[in-house]
Design a protein around this ligand. Structure first.
Ligand code: ATP
Ligand code: MG
Length: 603
């Protein structure tokens, strides 16, 4: 297994990134149940395949006549065998079915759980590059395919292998020539089917890919339905989709035509076996080499083999499709984790909250640096405002403190501890962020606020909501604190969503607080109320607040002015105004309270 070759979070399951090893990793927990199933499936297959043998015995007995014996006494043995075989088939197959029921859903749960646990450890960059919907789809597809792969092996391939082996053995016993004829047929058939299936796989995979592409297009179109309506582009969207639906038709036809070729092969091969066996057996019977019973048995076996063989081709085709699905899921999800804790991570302990950037070089792409050797210290308990034009690096600065991204070189220290060496959980427990566009869970408002501190009781939740000036509007909602807020919180206004996010963070009460345009969606009156409450809550916390509206940060202890990844000015509001520089120009410009959008505006 090469699974240990790449970086992965210690808390993630050590999933292999090769398909077969991955499947084994998921199913190995059930190996005893699977072994039991193999035994039961063997029993069932044997029960089925021995029926023609029992019929042969019966026919031979019939052929001998029953002399003067009563019917039952004359044919007791073959009849009992027939009965026993049928009983065996029923019991074995249903016991195997019961195990499938016990194991199937559990296996699916295990695969989903493992993939989800692995996925959780991926970095923000990974999630920015993958669609949430498509990741969720991959997990469920992969889990389903692991199940189907297992059933194919246990309930299809294995019994078919037994059927083929036993029938050939029986036929060899009856007559060597006949046995060899059928054995040759089986061998050729399996090889050719396998060849067909592997060659069909690319067709099946590209068909599956077009299906999910079309799916993605429809989801995108539905998500953006309001755009389509507002621009009166409903016809345009239908036509746009039409071209993708057409590719799906073409890909579907290609796959089905290929499968149709396989079926031609199947039918012709089956006819050859049927006619060949009957003709051959008839000749042998005619020359006295086999009995009537043997004749009946060979015909019966040929029919059984044909029905299993037909299954086999279909199963092969499906099997490769499942394998393709799994490969796809594993390839997307089981990748190197970008940001992982050290093998023995320290637990970050924030006593005071002093933050230091030491020679930090960072770019989202190494070739496009945002910060080149940034040095800055934010003292414990200091409340700092970050201002600067859009794209100047304010959010990136915050991203680094939260370790959403890691610097290419340099260190970020909190109270002297390198956050790169501390566990991410300990960092995130002690640093709070209120983002500009917070998203909420599709759970009740109460649960969303409680997310800040799971042990909080209802009174504390209401208190936090009141501080965030959210209590009033929540009370006014029909379901109050139990109201559901829609996917990502779409049923709330932007400002309401922000207030829930603020309440959540107030409840968390972490020693370092970061606000990235946290009150940007609020009207000035509400903003002022919350600002006062925030100031009270901030207490002696270290606070970093990003704002375009300078009035929201003017009263803070210190202001850092960012320009193209550099801190160009640093001081209190009054100091910076007195300096008559960059900040001063911004302050003059903002009259209404906002930064101009263009750098030229302040030149
Ligand atoms: N996830 C990302 N991947 C790649 N580049 C990014 C990413 N996020 C930001 N950038 C780039 O990094 C630079 C700094 O962006 P950043 O988000 O830090 O700016 P900002 O000061 O927060 O701007 P704003 O005021 O608009 O929020 C920009 O050039 C931006 O295009
Ligand atoms: Mg930003």
């Amino acid at each position: 297994m090469n699974s240990s070759q790449f970086r992965r979070a210690a808390s993630a399951p050590p999933l292999p990134n090769r398909t077969v090893s991955f499947v084994w990793y998921c199913v190995k927990q059930f190996k005893f149940l699977m072994l039991l199933m193999l035994v039961l499936e063997s029993g069932q297959a044997l029960g089925g395949i021995l029926v023609p043998y029992a019929i042969k015995n019966l026919m031979d007995a019939v052929n001998l006549g029953r002399a003067n014996l009563p019917l039952w006494d004359a044919f007791r043995q073959p009849l009992l065998l027939l009965l026993a075989l049928n009983l065996m088939e029923i019991i074995f197959s249903r016991s195997s079915g019961a195990i499938l029921i016990i194991m199937g859903p559990r296996l699916r749960q295990r695969t989903s759980r493992l993939l989800y646990a692995y996925l959780q450890q991926h970095s923000p960059r990974y999630f920015a590059n993958h669609f949430a919907g498509s990741l969720a789809h991959r997990i469920s597809e992969t889990a389903m395919s692991v199940n189907h792969t297992m059933w194919s092996v246990l309930c299809d391939f294995w019994p078919i292998a037994i059927t083929f082996t036993v029938s050939v053995t029986l036929l060899l016993q009856a007559n060597q020539g006949l046995g060899l004829f059928v054995a040759g047929w089986v061998l050729l058939y399996v090889l050719i089917s396998y060849g067909f299936a592997t060659r069909c796989q690319p067709y099946a995979q590209s068909y599956a890919a077009t299906r999910s592409l079309v799916n993605g297009k429809i989801v995108d179109a539905v998500t953006n339905i309001m755009n389509a309506k507002l621009f009166a582009r409903l016809d345009y969207e239908r036509e746009h989709l039409e071209s993708f639906l057409e590719t799906e038709v073409q890909a579907g036809r290609r796959t089905f035509w290929y499968m149709e070729r396989v079926r031609w092969f199947q039918f012709i091969a089956a006819a050859c076996l049927k006619v060949g066996t009957i003709a051959y057996a008839l000749m042998l019977w005619d020359s006295g080499q086999i009995s009537v019973g043997d004749f009946a048995m060979s015909t019966g076996l040929a029919l059984l083999i044909i029905s299993d063989a037909r299954n086999l081709t279909r199963r092969f085709l499906e099997f490769f499709e499942y394998i393709g699905n799994i490969a796809n899921g594993v390839d997307t999800i089981v990748r190197e984790h970008e940001i992982i804790d050290a093998s023995q991570p320290a637990e970050l302990a924030i006593q005071r909250g002093r933050i230091e950037f030491k020679q930090v070089c960072f770019g989202y792409e190494a070739s496009q640096p945002v910060f080149a050797g940034l040095n800055v210290v934010i003292e414990a308990g200091q409340r700092v405002g970050l201002v600067g034009f859009s794209g100047s690096g304010k959010s990136s600065f915050v991203n680094l403190i939260l370790r959403n991204y890691e610097p290419q070189s340099g260190q970020i220290l909190i109270d002297g501890q390198d956050i790169g060496l501390c566990s991410q959980d300990s960092l995130h427990q002690q640093v709070s962020l209120i983002p500009q566009d917070p998203s909420l869970f599709h759970r009740s408002l109460k649960d969303n606020i409680r997310y800040g501190r799971l042990q909080a009781d209802d009174r504390e939740i209401r208190q936090a909501a009141a501080l965030a000036h959210a209590d009033d509007f929540i009370q006014a909602m029909p379901d109050g604190y139990d109201a559901l807020v829609g996917e990502r919180g779409v049923k709330l206004s932007g400002g309401q969503r922000q207030r829930i996010a603020i309440a959540r963070v107030m409840l968390k009460d972490a020693p370092v607080l970061i606000l990235d345009e946290a009150t940007s969606s609020l009207d000035s009156v509400t903003e002022k109320i919350i600002q006062d409450n925030l100031d009270r809550v901030m207490g002696r916390k270290t606070v970093i607040a990003i704002a375009h509206r300078l009035s929201t940060i003017a009263h803070l202890d210190r202001i850092l002015v960012f320009d193209q990844g550099r801190i160009v000015e640093d001081g209190s509001h009054d100091e910076l105004l007195a300096r008559q520089g960059f900040y001063h120009r911004l302050w003059q410009m903002q009259a209404g309270g906002f930064l101009p959008d263009q750098a030229e505006a302040v030149e």
